[in-house]
Design a protein around this ligand. Structure first.
Ligand code: BES
Ligand code: ZN
Ligand code: ZN
Length: 477
């Protein structure tokens, strides 16, 4: 999709989209389009209402946004329009944006329209490609204001989120650790970031013992994916952010095999997919910040070679870990990724993101991610950026009274308390143990928000959570 700004509809023919706020100061009976009226009894701009009419042989669709609409609401409304009205959008398309819109709202509109192209039927015989996906498709924006940059930014955000949707929704026999590593190498070349991948041998030489223990029972070779983005021509000194994402391509639970919810465990690399999408977007937007990212990718499988409950393993940091439960595998691969990040790259800010615990879903349901940090400034920065785009976070404590949950008799630390309480907190305490008291570390547990139900499909699927949030956090530092 490409954007073209046009001052009016002179000479245009095709489908015309007209988003309207309920309180917009337009007399809908007479204005909107020259000589054409929209009777306010039929359409008043109420949220979730639409009104179709003809204007000079063009089909017009007025789209109600309600009195005021937040970023996510606007984006969802336009995703719905692009999905449901696909057949109307094969023509030339124009969207009329009045001066009541802000640049951010235009970004949300365009982003939503492009997300509406997403179709979960990746393996169906019949593929119906959406017109918007044609790179030469021109979306005309009718406006007297300069919204080109905002619209183009909306396109870049949607492309990164669509990449996340594919990575999370494609099945685990396609999205293996190797697939993720190849994705990163390819996108690194395309968007401009460096990628280094440690396979089994290199990870062994490096001493990534906790990471390798998790992948032991799988046919799929684990891949420790390291990405580095350094902005070109940026003013020194650069801020440096470290991102770490959980990349478990499927979580059977291991020998502590899951008795519930296994079907959805292809989503267990959604934290990694948020980091992958964010790297694409950060590089695409050429943000003036240095970003180093690690996504440890492995499959937690059941096999004679699987690691065992009661094994003691040696992590990259040198700390020994007693395995209480092989289903608490995410924290093991993240422990090694966090220590590796700190030891080798020492970023000023460090954020990890993971579908880490069922406990966080029990606490917050599907509405917000759980946030853990000892740094109140980055807690606020993460929450403010998340609120702006509808990717919410709420903080839980990291008090030292929870430390006893991970104290082991045989090793330096254990991977699970063995108690069915405070699961998200004790997992965060475990990660904290491997962060060397990093002053600006935050952990986001996104098990409830990365994959879910909505109006766009019958089964659970990726939400894209984290791609935009991590990017905004980096951008607004
Ligand atoms: N991948 C799961 C967490 C999860 C749950 C992700 C629901 C997405 C949706 C994680 O590896 C896990 O199995 N956690 C266990 C830990 C327990 C065994 C200590 C959990 O939370 O039940
Ligand atoms: Zn697990
Ligand atoms: Zn898991």
């Amino acid at each position: 999709m490409k954007i073209k700004i046009i001052p009016d509809l002179e000479g245009f023919s095709g489908t015309i989209l007209i988003p309207i706020f309920e309180n917009e100061e337009v007399d809908r009976n007479t204005v909107i389009l020259e000589n054409t009226s929209v009777p306010s009894t039929l359409f008043s701009g109420k949220k979730d209402s639409t009104y179709a009419f003809q204007y000079k042989n063009n089909l017009c669709l007025a789209i109600g946004l309600g009195k005021q609409a937040d970023y996510k609401t606007i984006k969802t409304i336009f995703r719905r329009v692009a999905t449901k009205q696909q057949d109307l959008l094969n023509e030339d398309v124009a969207i009329v944006i009045s001066e009541n819109f802000s640049a951010t709202q235009v970004e949300a509109i365009i982003s939503g329209l492009l997300l509406g192209t997403y179709n979960l039927g990746h393996y169906k015989k019949e593929q119906k490609n959406h017109a918007f996906l044609n790179p030469n498709f021109i979306l005309n924006i009718v406006t007297t204001l300069n919204f080109k940059l905002a619209a183009e930014r909306g396109i870049k955000i949607a492309h990164a989120q669509l990449a996340n949707f594919h990575l999370v929704d494609l099945p685990p026999n396609t999205v293996t650790p190797k697939y993720l590593a190849n994705w990163a190498i390819e996108k690194g070349k395309q968007y401009g970031f460096d990628v280094v991948v440690l396979g089994h041998e290199d990870a062994k030489i490096a001493g990534l013992g906790a990471f390798l223990a998790v992948g032991k029972g799988s046919e799929q070779e684990p891949q420790f994916v390291i990405m580095k983005y350094v902005p070109k021509n940026a003013i020194q000194p650069l801020k440096h952010v470290g991102l770490v994402g959980k990349g478990i391509t499927f979580d059977t639970g291991g020998l502590n095999i899951k008795t519930a919810g296994m079907l959805h465990m292809k989503c267990d690399m959604a934290g990694g997919a948020a980091v992958f999408g964010a790297m694409q977007l950060i590089a695409d937007l050429q943000l003036p910040i240095k970003v180093t990212a690690i996504v440890p990718c492995a499959e937690n499988a059941v096999d004679a070679k699987s690691f065992l409950p009661s094994d003691v393993i040696k992590s990259y940091s040198g700390h020994s870990i007693e395995i209480i439960d092989t289903d608490a595998e995410g924290r093991l691969i993240l422990a090694d990724a966090l220590s590796y990040m700190i030891k080798n790259f020492n970023p000023e800010y460090l954020i990890d993101i993971a579908t880490l615990t069922g406990s966080s879903v029990g606490t917050f349901g599907y509405e917000c991610g759980a946030l853990f940090t000892n740094n109140s400034k980055i807690a606020e920065q993460l929450q403010v950026n998340g609120d702006a785009i509808g990717e919410r976070l709420w903080q839980l404590p990291l008090w030292d009274c929870y430390k006893s949950d991970i104290q082991s008799d045989i090793a330096d630390v254990k991977n699970y308390s063995g108690k069915a309480v405070a699961g998200a907190i004790s997992a965060a305490k475990f990660l904290e143990y491997f962060t060397n008291e990093h002053p600006a570390w935050a952990h986001l547990d996104i098990a409830g928000v990365a994959f879910g139900d909505d109006e766009f499909a019958k089964s659970k699927h990726a939400t894209g959570y984290g791609v935009h949030l991590l990017t905004l956090f980096v951008e607004n530092l």
